[in-house]
Design a protein around this ligand. Structure first.
Ligand SMILES: NC(=O)c1ccc[n+]([C@@H]2O[C@H](COP(=O)([O-])OP(=O)(O)OC[C@H]3O[C@@H](n4cnc5c(N)ncnc54)[C@H](O)[C@@H]3O)[C@@H](O)[C@H]2O)c1
Ligand SMILES: O=C(O)C(=O)C[C@@H](O)[C@H](O)[C@H](O)COP(=O)(O)O
Ligand SMILES: [Zn+2]
Length: 359
């Protein structure tokens, strides 16, 4: 069983296929989309061992000529230095302007190889094969591709939509449990932004999700992907409603920065969403009951709900000042106003943010 969503962006629109075992159907999906011949599959050595080598066999049997292009794993390698190595590898392999770059992996591989796909020879076709929960529900959709600059998140990037997303839910069976939890942060985010029914499912069925029951995973991936696709369709370049997808991220990105990526994106966003809920409660924009529901679902997913910046408060204030939503020097925070409803608020002082984060 698989479903197909469409991200409707006129001539840049594309399908998102979601289902069990879909990597086995990749040759047919590629042919349907008009791809033939050589393919550059960017991944890391761990994912290559778990899923890449089998994928190479599937593609070769169907007449494609795929090649693996390896990068080291980890957020620190989502960098201009790694992008530079990728440009060199692609040139050595004689990749041409029509040769697709395929990202096989999580958000790090997707963001990095999408950035390279957008810029190598001024742009080559890009395909996303997300293998983490986080990438299937969020990062593979929407075309934000970027690298970090030092430890500042996503500071160099572009909007470059993939030509197709194929989310094979069975790849999640090999994902470490902490990475499944990290992905849950973006699922919870999607539910708070725009799907109260999904939020209720998270409250009732978290054990089934964490046990990786296929039906529960399919449900949360599909519903989160729909939230993301519908927002991206309305505001591809993040000048308005797409800001909502940054719920928890003003805090979260700063936490990734000050911990030098020791804290993973999902965990940092979870702590950031809890802080946003507390801040919203304090400002009387969120009911006590909804604040509790948000805090409880984050805890049920096994994600952090607070962070004490302590001696790193100065570094936190410096990091938060680089938030990309800042306008005319003013920080903007996305705050929950209910379940399925968020608002944008400015005028919040960094010290108030630190307090809310402490819990
Ligand atoms: N572009 C966007 O819209 C967007 C959205 C959300 C997050 N992001 C970015 O995504 C990144 C985080 O992505 P992530 O959480 O997927 O982390 P990740 O890409 O680092 O992957 C997490 C770990 O899981 C491993 N892995 C991947 N697939 C696996 C599998 N099937 N089985 C076993 N191990 C597997 C990876 O090797 C890695 O060690 C951050 O850089 C974040 O900024 C981007
Ligand atoms: O797609 C979006 O828009 C998002 O904000 C999704 C986020 O989950 C993601 O982490 C994104 O990379 C953040 O973008 P940034 O512009 O704040 O760097
Ligand atoms: Zn995110």
């Amino acid at each position: 069983m698989s479903v197909q969503l469409c991200v409707d962006l006129s001539d840049r629109g594309y399908p998102v296929h979601i289902g069990q075992g879909l990597l086995g159907q990749l040759p047919d999906l590629l042919k349907e989309a008009g791809f033939l011949g050589r393919l550059m599959i960017v991944t890391n050595p761990d994912i290559a061992g778990l899923h890449g080598n089998r994928l190479l066999g599937t593609l070769r049997s169907a007449g494609f000529s795929p090649e693996l292009v390896l990068v080291p794993g980890g957020e620190a390698y989502k960098s201009l230095v790694t992008a530079g190595h990728l440009y060199e590898d692609l040139s050595k392999k004689q990749a041409e302007r029509g040769t697709p770059i395929i990202a096989l992996g999580g958000g790090v591989i997707g963001d990095l190889s999408g950035f390279v796909a957008a810029t190598y020879q001024r742009g080559v076709p890009f395909i996303q094969l997300p293998t983490t929960l986080l990438a299937q529900v969020d990062s593979s959709i929407g075309g934000k591709v970027a690298v970090n600059v030092g430890s500042l998140k996503n500071m160099a990037g572009v909007f470059y939509q993939p030509r197709m997303v194929v989310a094979d839910i069975s790849t999640l069976s090999t994902l470490p449990i902490d990475e499944l939890r990290n992905g849950m942060a973006e699922v919870i985010k999607s539910a708070i932004i725009g799907d109260a029914e999904l939020f209720a499912f998270l409250e009732s069925d978290m054990p089934r999700i964490l046990n990786r029951e296929p039906e529960a995973l399919s449900f949360i991936v599909e519903r989160s992907a729909v939230v993301k696709a519908r927002i991206v369709e309305q505001d591809e370049r993040d000048s308005g409603i797409r800001n909502y997808l940054n719920l928890g991220h003003t805090f979260g990105h700063a936490l990734e920065t000050i911990t030098r990526f020791e804290m993973k994106h999902g965990a940092a966003v979870a702590a950031g969403m809890a802080a946003a809920a507390r801040l919203s409660r304090l400002l009387n924009l969120l009911s006590g009951a909804d604040n509790d529901r948000i805090i409880n679902v984050i805890a049920a997913a096994g994600l952090p709900g607070a962070f004490d910046a302590g001696a790193r408060s100065g570094a936190f204030i410096e990091a938060i000042s680089h938030d990309k939503k800042k306008t005319a020097g003013k920080l903007k925070f996305v705050l929950p106003a209910g379940i399925g409803n968020v608002i944008i608020k400015d005028g919040i002082e960094p010290n108030e943010a630190i307090e809310a984060l402490r819990g």
